[in-house]
Design a protein around this ligand. Structure first.
Ligand code: CO
Length: 291
């Protein structure tokens, strides 16, 4: 039944901006590409940072990220290739492997290291920072960690494959990561050449795609076709669904969405709070070994 005014027709999101990453060095000298969190694109609420790393040259990654603190948000590490060892000051330790996700809620604070568990070969993956609302920034730290085999893979018509890390798809698959504060959707999508991927996204959410292999063919706000390519981030407009197509090449991309918090953001280095005083306090607490 089709009743007028009940929103039966989904409003398709289009691409409002295509963002190119900026080369950056972080940790003890890891070469990476900063996409969200660079001056030209400081954040997309609730997402504070997106780094991509991809190198088969050990000198680009071997120094890793020795012990450093975080407070007030979540770090999300997703690997496509290579292995990364994680260790924190509360005794939590593990290795993230290809296809595995680590969703770490830093909360009031942890000190951790993230080091490549390899001497050579390819290391490829992403780190996303997701903000926490003011009332939960000082919660205890927590982890949601899942190896590849615990992440459901949806196979759709035309050979489209969707790995569901967080959120629920329109086909009813639920990812293992749950975060009610920002209700994230985190999908790793592969679309064979010439095929289309259509997915619903909650209308309240901010959303983007990040292209791993492309291009991905979709529309901009003027209704013209745009083709964000490898390593491009496409910011999506508001709406409740998106249609993304592969052209002559197979496409591989992340589709990530989350509920914006709409709160003031005060950030410095590894701390993201609501006020400058709270950031000062974080530096003070870290210095006095209170993490
Ligand atoms: Co870290």
């Amino acid at each position: 039944m089709n009743m007028p005014g009940t929103g039966d027709t989904p409003a398709l999101r289009s691409v409002s901006r295509i963002i190119k990453g900026m080369p950056a060095t972080d940790g003890a000298g890891v070469e990476l590409t900063r996409i969200i969190g660079q001056p030209a694109f400081p954040m997309l609420d609730p997402f504070l940072l997106l780094d991509a790393f991809r190198s088969d040259k050990p000198e680009d990654y071997i120094a890793g990220f020795p012990p450093h603190p975080h407070r007030g948000f979540e770090t999300v590490t997703y690997l496509l290739a290579g292995r990364m060892r994680h260790k924190d000051n509360a005794g939590h330790e593990g290795v993230i492997e290809p296809g595995g996700i680590q969703w770490m809620t830093a909360g009031k604070g942890i000190v951790h290291s993230e080091m490549p568990e390899q001497q050579d070969g390819m290391l490829e993956g992403f780190q996303l920072w997701v903000n926490l609302p003011a009332e939960h920034k000082m919660d205890a730290a927590a982890y949601q960690e899942y190896p590849a085999e615990n992440i459901p893979v949806e196979t759709r018509d035309g050979g489209v494959e969707v790995r569901v890390i967080a959120g629920v798809t329109s086909h009813g698959t639920t990812g293992p990561v749950v975060q009610p504060m920002t209700e994230p959707l985190y999908l790793d999508v592969q679309v064979p050449a010439g095929q289309e991927f259509i997915e619903s996204i909650p209308a309240s959410h901010n959303a983007f795609i990040y292209v791993i292999h492309g291009p991905v063919i979709t529309a901009n706000e003027a209704g013209e076709m745009v083709q964000p390519g490898r390593d491009d981030l496409g910011v999506l407009t508001q709406g409740d669904a998106v249609s993304l197509q592969a052209g002559e090449n197979d496409a591989h991309f992340l589709l990530i969405a989350g509920k914006p918090l709409g709160e003031p953001v005060a950030r410095a280095g590894p701390f993201v709070m609501n006020t400058r005083a709270e950031v000062q306090q974080a530096f003070e607490d870290f210095k006095l070994d209170r993490f």
